[in-house]
Design a protein around this ligand. Structure first.
Ligand code: UD1
Ligand code: UDP
Length: 359
């Protein structure tokens, strides 16, 4: 077998974070690799801050595709990635997760018959209205190697007819990323002092998913429910707000409850400290559901479905939708959970296992 030449395709905040352990492992083990950034995320706070903090070299290629409709964005990415693959001739393409960047990487690789590895394979929300659900199904079915984070994800893939030989249960690379950065974060971050927050005396909110923040009723339900819970319990909610949500807040002219404090999106180190210190985290993020479970902080997911059921099974997370009343009831229940659950996402060796399989 020729020595591998790996092309990582990424484009958004969670992909940079979750592929960082793999890129670093390739660097350490002197495996030839190139990083193709689609440019889906381009604001400093969603992009370069993570390359800096995770000590990754700048991407070798940046396609600067930027924002647009799903079709425009995905089509432009496929063309750009195809050109890079044709120049670089990698033996393997690796994509992560369920974004348009991951889908574009999967299609570009499969069109030229380059071996495709899908990291975080086999997640399913069973909600086909979410763009992420279709992206992850297509990436899984195009992939030659599927790196499933849990046994449950592997079972779902097999149930869809994917050959068991192509599936490896590795754990989720987010465990690697958290364990590689938590100590540094705790040592370096001054975020609690900066925002005058006492550990276990504040709540942390993130909401950015299209199905929530592009819908004024759902977005208002989240803000109302979380704001009211904070008011009743006399605590503050810190909300590092994604630009999509910030724009919609203004467009829908929604009012922000006085207990909710908006701040710009944060770097990974500060965010890890906030997640591990918060009394309760409320989110619609995939990665945040995993990280809170790993960091033993109770989580409330403001969605109707989750592709991370393991977090609910172990008692770390509850699905509450976006109605203020169900958010209040769920928060009442979760706020006193003590964090004594086990982590279902592996032992922090996912990246090494994935790199081993490339060799
Ligand atoms: C994307 C993913 C989503 C993931 C999220 C991670 C898809 C379909 N969605 O959603 O699954 O959870 O990334 O954060 O791939 N914008 C900026 N600066 C940026 C990027 C975006 O201001 O750097 C604004 C633009 O107004 C843009 C909007 O955010 O239109 C949405 O960006 P987009 O990349 O389309 O999707 P995300 O909501 O970030
Ligand atoms: N994150 C961050 N700063 C923030 C909010 C989130 O560093 O202000 C990190 C978080 O730790 C997690 C990732 O971003 O690793 C999750 O990304 P996001 O919620 O954007 O996407 P999703 O996981 O829902 O696809």
């Amino acid at each position: 077998m020729p020595a591998p030449r790996v092309a990582f395709v990424l484009g958004t905040r969670p992909e940079i974070i979750k592929l960082s352990p793999l890129i670093r492992a390739c660097h350490r083990r002197e495996i030839q690799h190139t990083v193709v950034h689609t440019g889906q995320h381009y604001s400093e706070s969603l992009d370069t801050v993570f390359f800096d903090q995770l000590e990754l070299p700048a991407p070798d290629h940046n396609l600067a595709v930027g924002s647009g409709t799903h079709s425009e964005q995905t089509a432009e990415m496929i063309l750009g990635i195809a050109e890079v693959l044709s120049d670089e001739q990698p033996t393997d393409v690796i994509v992560q997760g369920d974004t348009n960047s991951a889908l574009a990487g999967a299609i570009a690789a499969s069109k030229r018959n380059t071996a495709l590895g899908h990291v975080e394979a086999g997640l399913r929300s069973f909600d086909r209205e979410m763009p992420e659900e279709i992206n992850r199904i297509l990436a899984d079915h195009a992939a030659d190697s599927l790196f499933a984070p849990t046994g449950e994800a592997a079972r779902l893939l097999e149930a869809e007819g994917i050959d068991a030989d192509r599936i490896t249960v590795t754990g989720n690379t987010i465990v690697d990323a958290v364990s590689q950065n938590l100590e540094l974060a705790t040592r370096k971050s001054t975020i609690l002092e900066e925002y005058d927050l006492e550990p276990a005396e504040f709540y942390l909110l993130t909401a950015h998913r299209e199905e929530n923040v592009d819908d004024p009723d759902r977005f208002a339900g989240i803000l109302g429910g979380v704001g009211e819970f904070a008011r009743r319990t006399d605590r503050t909610v810190l909300y590092p707000i994604h630009p999509r949500a910030r724009e919609n807040l203004a467009a829908f002219d929604l009012s922000i409850p006085p207990s909710v404090r908006l701040v710009d999106p944060l770097g990974f180190l500060d965010f890890l400290v906030l997640e591990s210190s918060a009394r309760l985290v409320i989110t619609d993020s995939g990665g945040v559901q995993e990280e809170t479970c790993i960091l033993q902080t109770p989580c409330l997911t403001v969605r109707d479905t989750t592709e991370r059921p393991e977090t609910i099974d172990v008692g770390a997370n509850r699905l509450v939708g976006t109605e203020s009343s169900t958010i209040l009831a769920g928060a009442d229940e979760m706020v006193s959970r003590d964090g004594s659950w086990s982590n279902p996402f592996g032992d922090g060796t996912a990246a090494e296992q994935i790199v081993d399989s490339l060799l």
